[in-house]
Write a protein that binds this ligand. Structure first.
Ligand SMILES: [Zn+2]
Length: 266
């Protein structure tokens, strides 16, 4: 199986030539990739090409999708699964890209069973078993702590379980109950922090739901990793354990401190 898989992989890559200048432009436009080693960047490039070969990306709302836009979205989508593999994105194939925010209409029942009709402008959305929908304006906005592509693809990771509880199953070898327990505790603490009015470096939207907590903190983990590691040490360690990445490059020093996982911010 391993041989067939790697043969298929090579064949797919051989069919997808990539202009080195295009790769350079895309990689340079994503400042949070600067911490990656040369070997990791090479794997990210390969994974992104496989992603573009596996998934179908469509423009909507009058947008024209260039190769640079496709590659930028693929790279940002693949960064979280660089050490997990594309199988974490199985079960769906579509990525739909609008020029900017897109309007959605929903019917949602509240806690009393009353159905409300909601119109909202979104920068991104992930459907369980369906497509990821993105605003290119937001996907192209490389700000520390904000990344709509990583956010929506993080939702895909917890949706893989087939429910909407909010936290994905950790990879093999990680104690799932302890892992989830720590994330639930971090979520509860974060909600209390938001309720008390204390400013947070993590977007307060993370307090909406455990799924949003996972998606928003994943954005911070990959695009503002040093701040997350400094202020939310245990959360950083747990996300590093899940993603098998250490973007802030601090895990060794945290381990040698014998970190007991206490949150370090006041
Ligand atoms: Zn979300």
């Amino acid at each position: 199986m391993g041989f067939i898989r790697s043969w298929r992989r090579r064949r797919q890559l051989a069919r997808t030539p990539l202009d080195p200048a295009l790769w350079q432009r895309v990689a340079c436009g994503l400042p949070f990739l600067r911490g990656l080693a040369t070997e990791e960047l090479a794997r990210l490039r390969e994974l992104s090409l496989l992603f573009l070969s596996d998934k179908e990306m469509h423009a909507a709302g009058g947008l024209e999708l260039s190769d640079e836009m496709r590659l930028s979205i693929a790279v940002q989508a693949c960064l979280p699964v660089l050490n997990l593999g594309l199988e974490w994105y199985q079960g769906w194939i579509g990525v739909i890209v609008y020029p900017g925010e897109f309007r959605v209409h929903k019917e949602e029942a509240d806690a009393h069973g009353v159905v409300h009709s909601i119109d909202a402008d979104l920068s991104g959305e992930a459907w369980p078993g369906g497509p990821v929908v993105l605003s290119w304006r937001d996907a192209n906005s490389a700000q520390a702590g904000y990344n709509v592509v990583i956010h929506e693809f993080a939702h895909k990771l917890h949706m893989l379980r087939g429910d909407d509880e909010g936290f994905p199953e950790p990879p093999a070898g990680v104690d799932a109950a302890a892992w989830r327990g720590d994330l639930e505790q971090a979520y509860t603490r974060f909600c209390a922090q938001v309720d008390s009015g204390v400013p947070t470096i993590i977007d307060a939207y993370a307090a909406e739901h455990p799924a949003e907590f996972f998606a928003v903190t994943s954005e911070t983990f990959f695009t503002d990793s040093g701040i997350l590691a400094r202020d939310y040490r245990e959360l950083y360690q747990r996300l590093a354990q899940f993603y098998r990445q250490d973007p802030a490059g601090v895990l060794a020093s945290l381990d040698s401190e014998g970190g007991n996982g206490e949150r370090t911010e006041e």
